[in-house]
Design a binder for this molecule. Sequence first.
Ligand code: IDC
Length: 323
Amino acid sequence: MKKVWYTGALVLLLTIAGAALSGASARAATPVGKWGRLSVSGSNIVSRTGKKVQLKGVSTHGIAWFPQYVNKSAFKSLRKMGVNTIRLAFYSDPSAGYSKSLYSKVEEGVRAATSLGMYVIIDWHILSDGNPKIHQKQAMQFFTHFAKKYGGQKNILYEICNEPNGDVTWQEDVRPYAVKVIRRIRKYDKKNIIIVGTPTWSQDVDIAAQKPLKEKNIVYALHFYAATHTDYIRQKLITARKAGLPVLVSEFNICDASGNGQIDKKSGTKWMKLLRKYKIGHVAWSLCNKAETASLIKASCRKTGGFTKKNLTETGRFISKWW
Ligand code: IDC
């Protein structure tokens, strides 16, 4: 009788211990569980223990146009394919859907990514409004809101100006804007990484490297569309890295810069090998089924989550090999 009782208790104990362990290991198995809060050390993004981390991400399309892809099932299926980061693209121009009412969509996206242990980039997506100073006031409101709300979380990154372009310079426009926005974010969030865009649609990392910001945990955005941006932009990356600049490819695709031209796998492969060599993270544009070559999901696919590789476009399949 006594023996039976002992065996029962032992089984129970083992079951409880097993469940606790599997909970812990499930958490550790997520990207954030594994690496914790990221920071910048030299020219690298590193984990809480100082290990180099290569972010592998997917960006939403503008969340005003494709809000339906901002959901946990979509993100979870990407995580299964090897994606560790989600970028939420919040366009800053009213003609591209800017509206404060979309803050809640960003929050939905952050909640979903957080529950999956994924990193999430909150992206202030300037584009037709090429100078970040144009909507600086709205940018300050935006980052105040989100830094206050998420400053204590480990999985947040802020991208403060997607792609400065037109008549803007690093010295006169982007850098001074960055100094102000970073100061505001740091009021509420002391540590999480801030991504700063560079002039010419975030290509001029070589120019930013001549006068980088003084603040900590900053990385500089390099964006490329492989069919348009070839060796001469790769050279800019190499120059910036040689100068010690931390770079993140927070947006890219293997099609041309219009988002809807030819795809160039040869140039794409050169880019991905270069990024792997430097362990530079990359975030693919974009998670939707719009009929354009930049889309990761086939136009014929009506699902908004639970994706498998079969649902990916040719572009998506190529990129997913690097996840
Ligand atoms: C494109 C979208 C396209 C949309 C257009 C205008 O793919 O569907 O109509 O924006 O908003 C970028 C931008 C990114 C662009 C993308 C392709 O960051 O917003 O998306 N691109 O043109 N930089 C270089 C290319």
